[in-house]
Design a protein around this ligand. Structure first.
Ligand code: DGL
Length: 310
């Protein structure tokens, strides 16, 4: 059985620091089926939530091509708002393969719902994601037939982006979910599964879960981060692209960790490099520094999109 070293660079795209919740999961993947990772935060245009689908689609396309130009051979659209802007429908045509978060995420949530009957689902997300009802369509496509409520949480991503926590974060979660509390008892406000339909929310997962349990629903609820499914999908695709063996060793070639070299994680942003370095440093502070990944937060690069509208 031949041993191969990965040659793939994985690109991750998000409007801000939210996609670091996906990166955080990928940093636990061992051995890494990629040589390096590039994270691009479109901070110049953050937040995407209130923007039109056309505008967000243009940014997602520009971001993907920027990542491809930097060497990415596979791009993950971590951002739900970008994923709901036409990426899934093929309206964004790119020069490299792209995986969005809603596709793999909806398959995971649909499977969970089947196991947690009756499996009523609430998807928390930005205004744009909820308005476009893409999660609903994807869940139906994945075979889910039960009730789905999309619930917009305006401002919540921005509060998390800015690094607010403690009682400010709790108050923001309370405000965002207050309508659910008032409708408590109605079928649509009585979920079995709550989907974190925005990449920023996993960084507030504990507060969201606690507020739902104590203030909104009055009982525990299963809270799901779809990035779990996107991470697994990316590993499978990366391995397939590299022609590597599966987890049980089937196939002809076995992945080895970058020939013993660390996997570099580089960061790009259309906003301020110092801001991304600081926030990523905080959000990834607990990453094992002796592990296979090297986070290059010392050299975050500022980039522009072609004909970037403000
Ligand atoms: N991270 C984005 C998402 O997953 C939302 C933040 C924004 O409004 O840009 O939907």
């Amino acid at each position: 059985m031949a041993i191969v070293f990965p040659s793939l660079t994985l690109g991750i795209f998000d409007s801000g620091v939210g996609g670091l919740s996906l990166l955080r999961r990928l940093l636990d993947v061992a051995p890494p089926p990629w040589k390096s990772v590039i994270y691009l935060a479109d901070l110049q245009h953050f937040p995407y939530g209130p923007r039109s689908a056309e505008e967000v689609r243009r940014f997602a396309l520009a971001g993907t091509e920027r990542l491809a130009a930097a060497g990415a051979g596979l791009v993950a659209i971590a951002c739900h708002t970008a994923s709901s802007s036409g990426v899934r429908e093929g309206l964004v045509r790119t020069s490299v393969p792209v995986v969005d978060i809603i596709g793999p995420g909806s398959r995971l949530v649909s499977e969970l719902a089947a196991r947690h009957a009756p499996g009523r689902i609430i998807v928390l997300g930005t205004e744009g994601t909820v308005r476009r009802r893409v999660w609903e369509r994807a869940l139906r496509q994945a075979g889910y037939r039960g009730p789905i409520t999309g619930w917009a949480c305006p401002f919540l991503a921005s509060i998390i982006e800015e690094g607010r926590n403690g009682h400010i974060l709790r108050r923001a979660v309370l405000a965002a979910t207050d309508g659910l509390r008032r409708g408590r008892g109605s079928a649509q406000s009585n979920p079995d599964i709550v989907v974190l339909g925005c990449t920023h929310y996993p960084f507030a997962a504990r507060t969201i879960e606690e507020v739902l349990r104590t203030e909104v629903l009055g009982r525990p609820v299963r809270v799901v981060d779809p990035a779990e499914a996107l991470a697994a999908d990316l590993v499978a695709r990366a391995r397939a692209l590299e022609g590597m063996a599966g987890p049980s060793g089937e196939g002809t070639r076995v992945v080895e960790r970058s020939g013993g070299l660390p996997v570099e994680v580089r960061f790009l942003t259309t906003g301020r490099a110092s801001y991304l370095a600081e926030r990523a440093g905080q959000l990834l502070a607990d990453v094992d520094k002796t592990g296979p990944y090297r986070l290059r937060l010392d050299e975050v690069q500022e980039v522009t999109f072609p004909d970037s509208p403000v």
